[in-house]
Design a protein around this ligand. Structure first.
Ligand code: PTJ
Length: 251
């Protein structure tokens, strides 16, 4: 990750920017991905660049959903592929989920570059290239999904999704887990489980919870899912932002 000194006070943020830039250079991330990252960074700054307690609870509920699912799918876009390629492959392994490349600004070149990169990071199968199903109510390119991937999934993780498509996916009756730093975004608001956290922290955190939960009885996982309230999670995140990120009791 470039030559950023680890003791730099903005180390994590600089590494993130570098990865997104490199993603654009390698044809993985869209240029709009740079703008999306900038927006995310502003919210992360306001949240204190940490995983707030409610986001950790959401990550645990997400892990429980993924472990209970019959056909979980993790959706991968250009920002996720640039920021957490190895981490998303790990999560797919732990919860036995499919990975599907699903792009807002879809081109064949980017689809291929992302699928290749996921394979380099250890993915055995990458879906999304067949594109033999559609999300109803969306324009052509954005709507493309795989019939045996997202179309057949019961639980879908969509990190950093555009609001329109998150809403269209939610209408398909799937359990939707969203990772988005903006608690007011439409994606976060339509999610069954909104994780208001940076994908850099959230993806490994869901994996950590999944490892801890995977041998527990189904009834216990079902209780975790039942007790999770998405509105409470969004409210807690808004409170954390409003109360400022420099006090210790920010929630
Ligand atoms: O690769 P593609 O073609 O699928 O395009 C992906 C982007 C992200 C460009 C596309 O989905 C898009 O335009 O998204 P939006 O509408 O800009 O929304 C992105 C959301 O993700 C915003 O609410 C940001 O606050 C949030 N976000 C950005 N970076 C991060 C983030 N959330 C978590 N972690 C981040 N690192």
């Amino acid at each position: 990750d470039a030559d950023i000194p680890e003791d730099h006070p903005r180390y994590e943020s600089l590494v993130t920017r570098h990865r997104i830039e490199a993603g654009v250079e390698r044809g993985i991330t869209s240029r709009q991905g740079l703008i999306a990252q900038g927006r995310g960074e502003a919210f992360d700054y306001l949240l204190g660049e940490r995983t707030i307690e409610s986001a950790d609870r959401a990550a645990r509920a997400a892990a429980a959903h993924l472990l209970l699912a019959e056909r979980p799918v993790l959706s991968v876009n250009g920002n996720v592929a640039a920021l957490v390629p190895g981490e998303i492959v790990d999560l797919a392994d732990v919860v036995d989920a499919d990975l599907e490349v699903n792009l807002f600004n879809r081109t064949d070149e980017r689809m291929q570059a992302i699928a290749d990169s996921l394979r380099e990071h250890g993915a055995t199968e990458v879906k999304g290239l067949a594109a033999d199903a559609r999300i109803p109510g969306l324009s052509h390119e954005r709507a493309k999904i795989d019939a045996d991937g997202i179309a057949a999934a019961d639980v879908v993780l969509v990190p950093l999704e555009d609001g329109d498509r998150a809403a269209a996916l939610a209408k398909l009756g799937k359990v939707e887990i969203v990772i988005d730093l903006n608690p007011g975004s439409r994606s976060a608001r339509v999610a069954d489980v909104p994780i208001v956290d940076n994908v850099l922290r959230a993806v490994p955190n869901v994996t950590r919870h999944a490892r801890a939960l995977r041998d527990r009885p189904r009834a216990e996982l079902e209780a975790i899912v039942r007790e999770f309230d998405p509105d409470d999670a969004l409210e807690a995140a808004e409170r954390a932002i409003r109360n400022g990120s420099f006090a210790d009791d920010r929630e």
